[in-house]
Design a protein around this ligand. Sequence first.
Ligand code: GDP
Ligand code: IMO
Ligand code: MG
Length: 428
Amino acid sequence: MAVNILLGLQWGDEGKGKIVDYLAPQYQVVARFQGGPNAGHTLEFDGIKHVLHQIPSGIFRSNIKNIIGNGLVIDPIVFKKEIDSLSSFQINIKENLFISKKAHLILPTHRLLDQAYEKVKGDKKIGSTLRGIGPTYQNKIGRLGLRVGDLETDKFQEKYQALLKEHHHLLKYLDFEYDDVQANKEFLAAVEFLRSLNLADTEYMLNDSLQAKESILAEGAQGSMLDIDFGSYPYVTSSNTIVAGALTGLGIAPQHIKEVFGIFKAYCTRVGEGPFPTELHDEQGEELRKIGREFGATTGRPRRCGWLDLPALKYATMLNGVTQLLMMKADVLNDFEEIKICTHYQMPDGSLTDRLPFCLNDIKVKPVYQSFKGWQTSLQGMREFDELPKELIEYISFIEDAVKVPITLVSTGPDRTETVLKKEIAIK
Ligand code: GDP
Ligand code: IMO
Ligand code: MG
């Protein structure tokens, strides 16, 4: 039937995992299209909290095919741990999980290289998750990479050894001390495990699903402001996190796309280095971090917090052709007397713009804010749009008017059930 795409519009951690899990029962297939174990997607239901890194967030729903697309980079060691952590749930991995043969493998030496490059950069470091993402995509683009499908050929050892040799060379050149003996053993054991799973030509699976009139939900990782082309380069991740990445990362043609769900927090966070115009360095930033529990789901690092950035949100909406906006973590703002939205940036020459300058690293902008009255009430138990406090409705309307896309879902807590849908707009 169609592909709907759900992706983050900010700097990641918008709440993608929660909403993919929430929407999944309306689909036959959920497919991740880029990134890898740098992602941490949190799901909460029935008193359980679970963080997924490489496995799609439809995995807890029955009768759904979960596909790991060709656009991902997969760490087999992390993957094995992830599957083990699902063992207490009744999930039929054999029936419900499929991995693209064209996805690339992260070696332990990719992780070491990630560390080595960060070390060399010194105070210019990216603040990467150190999961080996950059070096693995580098090898993919450089046409040296090792792919999941190689596991099924008799060329695997040869290709693996060649890549390992190249990495050892580089690590030596970068003057990085390491001992990878144990990790390499673990890697080889983990790839054996991976080989026992469903390795598939997922581009055919997905297109066959479309032919069979099935619906697909494509799950993004990271966020548009971390996109390799359009994010605040070089402080970005190494994949296309925007809608285009879903096409190349799954092997689906554009005419199949129906809805693009753009997900954003009612404020902003960022983890790692790089420009963040609305970052708050005061106690309000501290409050957002404390109330929002803003600590990385993958690395545990404190997330930087700030007010909603409309120029960035508009930019991400434009790049992705967002058809519906989903606003997360509204409840985190419950106790604020005053809430701010950055509507424009003031450029160094004093002029105002609502467009992103070429490079936020070198061009220092000052956020221009509009103030809103806080709702100062709990949103607990609210399930209908018209139950929401009028100040929150005003906040929502302001964003809708500015971005020119409707907000059709408001999230009021981490649990699956803490979700408010706008009735007149169907989510699928
Ligand atoms: P993802 O990477 O986009 O899937 O997001 P993360 O899981 O990294 O971070 C989102 C965090 O916010 C997780 O801890 C979620 O459990 C939590 N969360 C999601 N939606 C809400 C919400 O509406 N309110 C609150 N308070 N927490 C939420
Ligand atoms: P999810 O899918 C937030 C950030 C890192 C770093 C930059 C590059 O959970 O939203 P990388 O390891 O990819 O080379 O790091 O990108 N980053 C994320 N920030 N959420 C994520 O994923 C992220 N994945 C990477 O902190 O600044
Ligand atoms: Mg996350």
